[in-house]
Design a protein around this ligand. Sequence first.
Ligand SMILES: Nc1nc2c(ncn2[C@@H]2O[C@H](COP(=O)(O)OP(=O)(O)OP(=O)(O)O)[C@@H](O)[C@H]2O)c(=O)[nH]1
Ligand SMILES: [Mg+2]
Length: 489
Amino acid sequence: MSTLRTHPNIKTDYCPGCGSKFQTVDNQKPGYLVVPSTTPKKPTIKTNSNELNSEDVEKIIRLMPDDIRKKLYPEGEITHTSSSELMEGRKSGRMTDEKQKDERIFCHRCYNLLYYNRVTSDTWQESLTTDKSILSFLKKKDDAIIVTVVDIFDFPGSLLEDLDILIGTDKQNILVANKMDLLPNDVNETRIKRWLYEKCKKFGFTNISDIFLISAKKNWKVQELAQTMSTVRSGFDDIYLIGKTNVGKSELINSFLRCMVVDGWRHKVTSSPIPGTTMGMLGLPLTLFKETFGVNPKGFHFPQTCRHLFDTPGIINKNQLINLLTEEELKITIPQKYIKPLTFALTPGKTIFLEGLGRIDYIEGQKPIRTTVFSRLKPHITSITRADEICQSMTVGDQTFLQPPIFSSKRKEFPAMIKGIKKYAMKGIPGTMSIKDVVFSGVGWVSFGGMFDKAVIDIWSPNGIGIYIRDKPLLPFEFRGKYESPKLY
Ligand SMILES: Nc1nc2c(ncn2[C@@H]2O[C@H](COP(=O)(O)OP(=O)(O)OP(=O)(O)O)[C@@H](O)[C@H]2O)c(=O)[nH]1
Ligand SMILES: [Mg+2]
């Protein structure tokens, strides 16, 4: 593989975006590299006579009055640009942009994700790991602190189970609940932290040094998190970000880079909605972050040489419904911004669909139940009989109004909707608090509340996977979102 390093910008054998080992054999496999040419490109011939070449531009800049030139191009900032780039520069107030300056060479998949926001193939999914024991080396590693990242929008589906057994209880382990920007901004953080702690205990994760509610995308609470990491870290520790796929580990690395490193984008790693974006360990030297992670509470500066902040490959959650989706479907399913709760009354004999990814039938009960949907997918309500017919047509591969899934001739079989939980009984309570959440992993959840004696529901999903019942709802009081009638068919 060392032959790949013939190009001056290929510094290692691994892609700096996703950590895959570079290879030039199979363009459907991780790390595929189109080996760039080392021969310098010939200058492009001007086709547009109005376009200035770099020499023309430099000449114009040289001829400018001194004071104007200094104002426009402070020392060291003059770059070779064409006239159209100059226009761009003027618009954005910068002479160059990140993509021009980032000279690192990425694998084919990262290149397309970073610059075109698209995936090049879907067969790489076969190389993803479901085996969380790849992290078990951490159990023997004394010089490490762990940051366990979960997705608050997909909890408990996004939590690594039995963490205490997997990596031991002798290390500092900070729990980070990411994507808080998707929740209403007036949520009670103390209650959510307590809620998270209780849930984690239930899933075999008790060794929690601290809990942070952050948004890596918006850089919320990222500086505070870094401060705590530096406090709990001894000078000789590496830092590992671990978690299931798609929780935002890589985006958190990028957020640290954005907040704490000048020109941090030069070290940016690949983050995308495709589960399994990071495929190998990616270590950024802590020296990059200057003192951020290197100062202990007493203020001593420890040597940081060879200590790293590691992004790790996410452990794929076989239960996550988003693993079944194509890139196009992911783009319409994964929430990007604040999810507005949608509240309505569900009457006995009715079904609520979250497109073709979730279905709840109200099979037995007397009264309507207060139902609130937290999902990017809009709910559809129909009778249970009609819902059965719709599912029947989906099973034979017919396109229905429920999308995703989007059926096409190219699509491999999509799993049929089956009952994952049958005849689940709930009892209502007086007051405004919700009583249960039904979670469809990665897609969203439905909260139930109100005063009723008994309501019995069946819960369906593709192959019956990814369904969790939360005895204590995450947002028990946030049902008041704008009342809208769900679509009726
Ligand atoms: N709304 C929101 N989206 C986020 C946030 N952080 C990450 N994301 C999105 O979540 C998706 C997954 O992010 P990644 O950083 O690739 O997740 P990861 O944990 O590194 O995933 P793998 O590499 O697959 O293990 C991307 O679409 C991100 O834009 C956040 O704070 N808020
Ligand atoms: Mg990643």
